[in-house]
Design a protein around this ligand. Structure first.
Ligand SMILES: C[S@@+](CC[C@H](N)C(=O)[O-])C[C@H]1O[C@@H](n2cnc3c(N)ncnc32)[C@H](O)[C@@H]1O
Length: 187
C-alpha cells in the first residue's frame, strides 16, 4: 500500500492512529525480541498494511504460523489481496475478540502477541478485555510485545500481567515506547 493510501485510511478511520506505517528500523527493533530459530505461533493485532507481518514472514520458519487481527476493513482487504502465504490467517475483527478468532487448540499456546493497536483510544474496561484475552491466548513464558506512543499502558499491563519492561524508539513517526511483557514470570 502506498503512503498516500495509508494516509487516506487514517483520515477515514481514527482507530488507524498513525499517518504512516512503522519505520523498518522500528520494525526490526521490536522484532529483536522474537526468537525466529524455533517454530512459532505469533498473533499480530492491528497489522495495518502489513509492514511487521511481511518482515516476520521473511524470518519465521516454514512450520510457523502468523495470525493477523485487523479491525479496519480496507486494511483487511489489502492484507487478504497481497499476502498469499499458507502460514498466515487473516481475521477482520477486533483484538478483544481474539479468543473467538483463534482455533481452540491455539488458546494458551501462542508464543508471541505483537500489538500496534492504539490502546490509548480504548476505555479502561476495553483495555482490560484486550489484555486479559492476550494473557489467555499466550503460553506460559509467551511474550506480549506492544509499541505505543506513551507510558499509558503501564498500569493496566501491570494489573493484568504483573511485569513489564519498556524501551524507547525515537526513529519513527511517532516515536514509540516498546513494551515487553511476559506471561507468568521470567522467560
Ligand atoms: C498505529 S496503526 C499500526 C499499523 C501497522 N501495524 C504499522 O506498524 O504500521 C494501528 C492499527 O491497528 C488497527 N486497529 C485499531 N484498533 C484495533 C482493534 N481494536 N483491533 C484490531 N485492530 C485495530 C488499525 O486499523 C491500524 O491498522
Amino acid at each position: 500500500m502506498s503512503k498516500i493510501d495509508f494516509l487516506k485510511t487514517f483520515i477515514k478511520d481514527r482507530d488507524v492512529a498513525s499517518i504512516t506505517p512503522t519505520s523498518l528500523h522500528c520494525v526490526k527493533r521490536v522484532c529483536t525480541h522474537i526468537d525466529f530459530s524455533k517454530d512459532l505461533t505469533l498473533v499480530e493485532y492491528g497489522p495495518g498494511d502489513g509492514v511487521f507481518s511481511r518482515f516476520i514472514l521473511g524470518k519465521m520458519s516454514a512450520n510457523s504460523k502468523l495470525i493477523l487481527i485487523e479491525l479496519n476493513e480496507d486494511f483487511y482487504k489489502h492484507l487478504k489481496d497481497t499476502i498469499k502465504d499458507p502460514r498466515v490467517e487473516i481475521h477482520n475483527t477486533r483484538a478483544g475478540d481474539v479468543e473467538k478468532a483463534l482455533s481452540p487448540e491455539l488458546i494458551g499456546n501462542v508464543d508471541y502477541v505483537l500489538s500496534g493497536i492504539p490502546f490509548s483510544f480504548l476505555e479502561k474496561s476495553r483495555k482490560r478485555i484486550v489484555l486479559t484475552a492476550t494473557k489467555n491466548i499466550l503460553k506460559e513464558g509467551g511474550l506480549f510485545l506492544a509499541y505505543q506512543t506513551s507510558g499509558h499502558l503501564k498500569k493496566p499491563v501491570m494489573e493484568v500481567f504483573g511485569n513489564l519492561e519498556t524501551e524507547r524508539e525515537i526513529l519513527n513517526i511517532p516515536p514509540y515506547l516498546i513494551y515487553r511483557v511476559v506471561k507468568n514470570g521470567v522467560r
